[in-house]
Structures are given as structure tokens and as C-alpha cells.
Design a protein around this ligand. Structure first.
Ligand code: PSU
Ligand code: MN
Length: 304
């Protein structure tokens, strides 16, 4: 298998220490340069300072990399030949020796292969608005149904249909846990208007549920929904009007398939004058802190 686990990560996994996976589509397609590199590096640093080992995941020259060097992160952030890689793209990208930035789905697959159980990102993909017609439902959701990795995120962006996204996760049996909240967060704001089925109030409680799920032999992932800190949240009305404007533009320009999410993210950044990007960076950092804590608690349980 074309799997390269960075020595530092391999050693931590071997010893049963806390490791946190990170995705790379957020670097290549989710944020502009140079904020993408700065954020990727800062997030790794937060995880390290919390006492866990970060493992940013991507495909370079056809090899699945678990843990990147600073130069590799820079390469991903700057080159345009990086393919957004979800489940359907993975074998093509590795067989052809290409460079791929992994989505939530792609990252979960490689994290599971490496034996990593906790993964931190900004937001998961979901059921797009109008999916009744377009059938645009992110492969992240079906991955959550099958691959046993817990994803710490700030919910899903309201460029999506959050209600349908939650329905889909329920049908697929994916636990959605509100972290210190009873509301499902909407990425830039703390409340999507939907409640979460379950809430937990400490990293230890989350680790306990993940361990129990594993013991029960329940395959599939878990969504840990961690709202953006209040001081960094954007007013829901402001972001909603920016979202509607970007959605109309995407439709007018015939943007479809895997281009939709990157297009909407970059248009939102422009319309909000960078405020959506600033919020995005803060929520990812917050997720990193929480994800590291959960990974540490999980490691403790596995050892004890
Ligand atoms: N949501 C964000 N930022 C992102 C993404 C989603 O707020 O960068 C990326 C993630 O990598 C996610 C992917 O897995 O977009 C979903 O893309 P699609 O909707 O094409 O499945
Ligand atoms: Mn899609």
C-alpha cells in the first residue's frame, strides 16, 4: 500500500499516544494563500502544545502521506495541480502518481488505514440546498456512515441544507454529538436552528462514548459538533445574505460537482470582505484544541 506515515506519527501510534488527523482540501481549496499555510501550521502547533501529535493527510506523488513537513504543506498550498480527492478519486490519484488534497471523506479513509481515530477540520460537507433536483450530497456523509473516525467540526456551513444533512446522518446511523451545546452549529454561527440528538460536556465523556461505540462493534464515524466561540461568530443574517448571493452566482455560472464547495467558500470570503475567512480560521483552531483533548482522553482509556 502506498502509505507513508511520518516517523513522529508512527511512533506515537505505536505507543498508543494521542494523534489527531487533519485534512488538506481546506488548505488547497478551502482557503486562499497565504492564510491557508499559516492556518495549517498554526493548527498543528495548537495540537502539539496540547500534548498530541498532528498528522495532516494528503497525497503527494501518488503516495498517501500521514503527517506532512512544512515544505509539503507549502507545496500543497501553492501548486495548482492538486486534485480535490474524495473516496471516488483516491485510487485514480494514487495509481497515476498525482498530488491530491483529501476531503473529509478522503482523509477519514487514510486516517483509518493509519489507525487514527480523531480528525479535526472546519466543517463537513453535506446535503446541498436544492439536492432534491441536483442530487448533490457530499461523499463525506456516506463516509461517516462507514469509516470509524470521529470528526471534530463546527457543524456544516449553511451553504448546505442543514436539516436534510442531519436527516441523512440519522438515516445512516451516524452519531451527532453537540460539544457543550444542545444546538447543531452552523459554522460561522453557533446555532443552525436545529438541535443535536445528543450533547456531551467534556472530552472525557466524548472519549467514553467513542470507546463504547467501538466495543459495540458499531462501525462508522461520529460527528463532534463544536460551535465557533461567540467572540468570533458572524451574525446569522449577514452571512445568510452573502450565502444566497454566492449560491445565485454559482447557479448562473453553471458551477457543479466538486467545484461547488470551493467556489462558494471563495465567493463568501470576497463578499464578506474576509470576515468569513477570519471566522473560519478561528473555528478550526478551536476545533484543534477540542480534538486534541478528546484524542488525549481516548489514548488514556486505551492504555488504562
Ligand atoms: N466545508 C468547509 N470548508 C472546506 C470544506 C467543506 O467549510 O474546505 C471541504 C472539506 O474538505 C469537505 C469538502 O470534505 O469541502 C466537501 O466537498 P464536497 O461538498 O464537494 O463533498
Ligand atoms: Mn458535491
Amino acid at each position: 500500500m502506498k502509505l507513508d506515515i511520518k516517523p513522529e506519527v508512527a511512533e506515537a501510534l505505536e505507543k498508543g499516544e494521542a494523534v489527531v488527523a487533519l485534512e488538506s482540501t481546506i488548505i488547497s481549496h478551502g482557503m486562499p494563500y497565504p492564510q491557508n499555510v499559516e492556518t495549517a501550521v498554526a493548527v498543528e502547533e495548537i495540537i502539539r502544545r496540547a500534548g498530541a501529535v498532528p498528522a495532516t493527510i494528503a497525497i503527494l506523488g501518488g503516495r498517501c502521506k500521514v503527517g506532512l513537513t512544512h515544505e509539503e504543506i507549502e507545496q500543497l498550498a501553492q501548486t495548482s495541480d492538486v486534485i480535490k480527492t474524495s473516496r471516488r478519486d483516491l485510487a485514480y490519484v494514487t495509481a497515476r502518481g498525482l498530488n491530491g488534497a483529501t476531503t473529509v471523506a478522503g482523509t477519514m479513509i487514510i486516517a483509518e488505514l493509519a489507525g487514527i481515530r480523531i480528525f479535526v477540520t472546519g466543517g463537513i460537507g453535506g446535503v446541498h440546498r436544492g439536492a432534491q433536483q441536483t442530487m448533490d450530497i457530499s461523499a463525506d456523509l456516506s463516509e461517516l456512515a462507514r469509516t470509524e473516525v470521529a470528526v471534530v467540526c463546527a457543524g456544516a456551513k449553511s451553504i448546505l441544507d442543514i436539516g436534510l444533512t442531519l436527516e441523512y446522518l440519522e438515516t445512516q446511523g451516524v452519531p451527532v454529538i453537540g460539544y457543550k451545546t444542545e444546538r447543531f452549529p452552523a459554522f460561522y454561527s453557533q446555532d443552525s436552528g436545529f438541535s443535536v440528538p445528543h450533547s456531551l460536556y467534556s472530552a472525557a465523556e466524548v472519549a467514553e462514548v467513542l470507546a463504547e461505540k467501538h466495543l459495540l462493534g458499531l462501525s462508522g464515524g461520529t460527528v463532534i459538533a463544536n460551535p465557533i466561540p461567540d467572540e468570533h461568530a458572524l451574525p446569522a443574517e449577514e452571512i445568510e445574505s452573502a450565502i444566497e448571493e454566492s449560491l445565485r452566482e454559482a447557479e448562473r455560472r453553471g458551477i457543479a460537482g466538486k467545484e461547488v464547495t470551493p467556489f462558494l467558500l471563495s465567493r463568501l470570503g470576497e463578499i464578506t470582505g474576509g470576515r468569513s475567512l477570519a471566522a473560519n480560521i478561528e473555528l478550526v483552531k478551536h476545533n484543534a484544541r477540542v480534538g486534541a483533548e478528546i484524542a488525549l482522553e481516548l489514548a488514556k482509556r486505551m492504555k488504562g
